[in-house]
Ligand binder design. Structure first.
Ligand SMILES: Cc1cc2nc3c(=O)[nH]c(=O)nc-3n(C[C@H](O)[C@H](O)[C@H](O)COP(=O)(O)OP(=O)(O)OC[C@H]3O[C@@H](n4cnc5c(N)ncnc54)[C@H](O)[C@@H]3O)c2cc1C
Length: 384
């Protein structure tokens, strides 16, 4: 809301001042996930622990039904590392393995829509399954509606879907869901509503000039022009009227016109009768508090823009079934001795839901801690 509210302007000034301050003093402050990982790395260094980079685990070592180590490729050589207490798998999901995506996830699916870390290639799944580990939720992702600019790095739409003056339509030019819904739910809706002749993969996000002038979108400031390569490559379609825009995205012009007119009617009346956009506190959080309705405003000023939206993800949810101390379980519910898993390599403790941001990292940290705690307790019990 940098162009809309005083609190938005103040926050932007504060962030800008911090960035300038950091440049002048030569500091490199970290925030968000980087800050979290940096703090953990700092703790690891303080304990004098080793961290081997570019050293992928390629297999598990099992002796008499117990996991006793891992095989690793390091500096081009296979090495076996013996684990005296246990092995904790924390290698992430399989977002970046197209074969595993096609095997397990709803279709169509693509690694190119995923914002997950590139190392999430599902390496640990098959070795654990070979030892009898059970899996669950393999067809689920931590959904993140995403746009993929020509540079190739996906942009995950969070606040960008809460703003007024914007609709998302299928290939027939129809709205099919509440655009401002939580990202996880929106991806589920994209797959649920995909049908022949009205595909939702990709969908089209339609913006008008007023919306572009007022709000940050895809990291661009209010009023900042779309980069030329985005327009030249056809990634962003631009047209003077709704009907011309419809023709550019192969939608019947009267169909898109009718959708926009219906939405504009809801916006003027202050209630989305079709999909209840803006009814929830979540929707309103990302809206514009200066308007009569924070999430609804008519699209009435050209130029209009259309951008394809894909059912992306920030990770996969399915993986090894674990218990309350992160021990990996077999189909019959018994634990595989010495094997633990946490984070996206394990089946999500949140099940099919996504209560909110933190629902992935929080359990990943907690179950890693529980795993190590269990290893320590078991070892001290064995020593007694
Ligand atoms: C843009 C974005 C925003 C997000 N926002 C939030 C948020 O606000 N809150 C939240 O809770 N979550 C958020 N997430 C999700 C969260 O970042 C992930 O769910 C979480 O990092 C997963 O942790 P992990 O340890 O399972 O996997 P990762 O963090 O991916 O770590 C797994 C590591 O294992 C390595 N690895 C893979 N295979 C091997 C192998 N064979 N041998 C050795 N190492 C291997 C990988 O290279 C990687 O470094 C976000 C994600 C993205 C992309």
């Amino acid at each position: 809301m940098v162009a809309r509210t005083w609190s938005g302007r103040r926050t932007a000034l504060k962030v800008g001042a911090q960035a300038v301050g950091a440049k002048l003093t030569g500091k490199e402050p970290l925030s968000l996930g980087e800050a979290l990982i940096a703090r953990m790395r700092h703790s690891l260094d303080a304990l004098g622990a080793d961290l081997w980079l570019s050293a992928p685990m390629t297999g598990l070592v099992e002796e008499d039904g117990r996991v006793t180590g891992v095989r690793i490729t390091r500096n081009g050589r296979e090495v076996t590392v013996r684990a005296t207490g246990g092995v904790v798998l924390a290698s992430g999901g399989f977002s970046h393995d197209q074969r595993l995506r096609e095997k397990h996830l709803p279709s169509p699916t693509s690694t190119e829509w995923s914002s997950a870390a590139e190392g999430q290639t599902g390496d640990a799944l098959e070795p654990a399954v070979a030892l009898g580990a059970a899996t669950d939720l393999m067809d689920k992702v931590w959904g993140a509606p995403s746009v993929v600019p020509p540079e190739g790095r996906p942009f995950f739409l969070v606040a960008d879907r809460g703003v007024p003056g914007m609709v998302i339509v299928n290939a027939a030019g129809e709205r099919y869901a509440n655009e401002a819904a939580p990202y996880h739910e929106f991806v589920d809706a994209m797959y649920a509503h995909d049908r022949p002749g009205a595909s939702t993969v990709p969908s089209w996000l339609i913006l008008d000039a007023t919306s572009r002038a007022r709000y940050i979108f895809m990291g661009l400031f209010p009023g900042q022009a779309f980069p030329k390569p985005w327009l030249d490559s056809g990634f962003v379609k631009k047209a003077a009227t709704v009907e011309e825009l419809a023709a550019r995205i192969d939608v019947a012009p009267e169909r898109l016109r009718a959708t926009v007119d219906r939405f504009n009617g809801f916006a003027r009346a202050g209630r989305d009768e079709d999909f209840h956009r803006g009814d929830s506190v979540y929707d309103r959080y990302y809206g514009d508090p200066t308007l009569p309705h924070p999430n609804l405003a008519p699209l009435e000023k050209g130029p209009y823009y259309a951008i394809p939206v894909h059912p992306g993800d920030i990770g996969t949810k399915g993986g090894l079934v674990t218990d309350a101390t992160a021990r990996v379980l077999r189909e019959d519910g018994t634990p595989i001795d010495g094997l633990y898993a946490s984070g996206n390599v394990s089946s999500a403790v949140m099940g099919e839901t996504y209560p909110g941001p933190g629902a992935t990292i929080g359990p990943a940290m907690t179950f890693s801690w529980l795993a190590v705690d269990d290893i320590a307790r078991t070892r001290s019990a064995e020593a007694r």
